[in-house]
Design a protein. Sequence first.
Length: 119
Amino acid sequence: MSNVDTRQVDRDSLFLLAQLRVDGRDETYRVKVRNLSAGGMMAEGDVKVLRGALVEVELRNIGWVDGTVAWKQDNRFGIAFVDEIDPRRARASVSGSTVNHGAGPKQVFGSDGKRMLKL
């Protein structure tokens, strides 16, 4: 796709927090996800990145996604994903919670749905 073509891709404006790792660095950074599409995202944060840098971003309900910094302007930058994702999964409520958040004492459940003993 040309640069003009990629601007027409559906993207969702949203506000999520994500973890970001830059290739060659030990640190993990917290960034704000400003918009998200199947092919990439716009992040905002105090991270020193250069265009072309390899990165990994951990998106809610998706996990770690490999990408490349496509552009940078001030504290915002675009990430082009290596493989497309389903952005609807990142918008969904957090899945796989094993804690009952209702009234009363908290109960912990295993992946099979059975209550586990809290030690």
